[in-house]
Every structure is written in structure tokens, then in C-alpha cells.
Design a protein around this ligand. Sequence first.
Ligand SMILES: Cc1ncc(COP(=O)(O)O)c(C=O)c1O
Length: 309
Amino acid sequence: MPQYAFFNGKFMPLSEAKIGIMTHALHYGTACFEGIRCNWNAEQEQMYIFRLSDHYQRLLKSCRVLKIEIPYSVDELCQLTVELAAMCGYREDIYIRPLAYKSSEEVGVRLHNLDDGFFLFATPFGAYLDVTKGARCCVSSWRRVDDTMIPPRAKITGLYVNSALAKTEAFENGFDEAILLTHDGHVSEGSGENIFLVIDGQLVTPPSSDNILVGITRDTVIMLAQQELGIETTERSIDHSELYTADECFLTGTAAHVTPVTEISYRKVGTGQVGEISMMLQDLYFDVILGKNQKYLHWCTPTYKQTKA
Ligand SMILES: Cc1ncc(COP(=O)(O)O)c(C=O)c1O
């Protein structure tokens, strides 16, 4: 299947979209990105892009932090994305990666007086973590980068060295995912996911001030829990030890969907089985992203013109 990119203002085969080795962003991590999923609904023969405009609103906010200016509005970015996804013609789940970056081929650490570039590509993308069984996590020896260092609310490429260190440490120690704490020891998030605990039938998740990326899946789950299950979410700082006393735990993210966690640092979470509330939310979430729930269809942008409904 031919792969395409949108690069330097036009669509082209992915193999032709290249940047030079002196590109600023490659050396200094001066780029912002998004991860957007297009979910293939085989019954309808349709691919739905989930919360597309929310991703681009977040991208433009990240760009403000890095002083990157791209010549497209949220609506234009959404249109380009639908066009690219349709052009590729996939009939499976795909991932769209927009990236706005400091494109000058120049040596020198700074944000000012540099050119900005933007590209977009699409690639097939299946499961990131196994959502059917519980994930085994560890509390990382790496701390989450603080807002005073590189702001995690912006999805900045350079920040992901912190996530990569934690993820590989977890992997090499036999775990599926890492949970990072803030510099003062509160629970922050996974290497690429937000975290929720279930405590006494309610959801608890770290606030945006605990150095998290304010996730779109996180927001989706908070809404689904409230509107569909009548379960409220409290956003508050979470102590490290609450990870070991919670009834359930799950991770949320565009890549990870809703992934139940059944073990943290060699301790069972609750009974050690996938939790009931986690499963209910995962089921609801999958129906929503596949365009199967009419109430939330406004979050799903169809890629193909013809829908076999
Ligand atoms: C560090 C981090 N936290 C949380 C998330 C979840 O965010 P979202 O649900 O918007 O994908 C991601 C994924 O993009 C991430 O990279």
C-alpha cells in the first residue's frame, strides 16, 4: 500500500519527504507533535479519526510554547489530515503523526530567529499495549520532567527523552510500562499515558499541575465515566503509596486506549484481576472511537465518503 506525507506544503510519497541532517529540531528537540488515531470500523467500512480538532488545538498550544508558527488553522489542519488518510486508503487502524518543527539548518541552541516547518504522515498502527490483559507496571527511577524545565503540558519532542528513559528501564526489567513520579514524589503519568485510580468506586487522576500531558483520552474517560456510569473523577495529587492501595488502576492514551493495570512494582492492584470499572470504561471507549455510539459521533471524523452503515 503506498504511503503518503504532507511535507513542505504538498502531498507526496512518504519516501520523498526528507529533511537535512543539520535540521535544528533533530539536534535540540525543538519540535511539537501529536498522535492521532484513525480507527477502522469493518462493519461500516469506514475509518473514524478520533477528536481530530482537539488534537490540533493542543498542537497549536504546544507550538506557542516553542514559538513555532505554522500557516494553518485548526480547520485547515483537520482537512489536510482527512485528505491524507483518505489518500492512503488503509482498511485497518492507522496513526497520524503531525509534527511542527524548527526547520532551519543551523547550529545554535535557541527558539528565536529560526524557520518553522510542518509535516504529517500516516502509518498502520495496531495495539500499543495489550488491552485485554492487565499491564504490569513499575514505578520508574526516573522522575517526570517539571513544568519549570520543559513543560509537559506541551507535547514537545525533546521531552520524550524522559519518557524513553523510563519506558526502556521498565521494559528491560520485564514490565510493560513505567509510572513516573513528580520531583516531589506524587504520581504523574505513564511514559505515554495518563493514569487513573479507582478508589471506593470513584475515579482519581493527577491534576494538570502534576506535570502531565493533559490527555484527550483522559478527558474522554472523565466524560464517559460521568455521563454513562454516573462516576465522578477527582483531579488531585496522588501519593506514591496510593498506587498500592487503590482498588483498580488503568492507563489512558491515544496509543494505549484504556489499558487496565493489574500489577505495580510487584504488588497486585486490588485483586490482581482486571477491574470492573476499568473494563466498563474500556468497552464504552472502544464503542465511541469506532463510531458505534451515536451520542459521541461528533468526536469521530469519517475518512471515506461512502459509509456502509
Ligand atoms: C506523556 C503522555 N501522557 C499522556 C498521553 C495521553 O494523551 P492523549 O490521550 O491525548 O493521547 C500521551 C499521549 O499522547 C503522552 O505522550
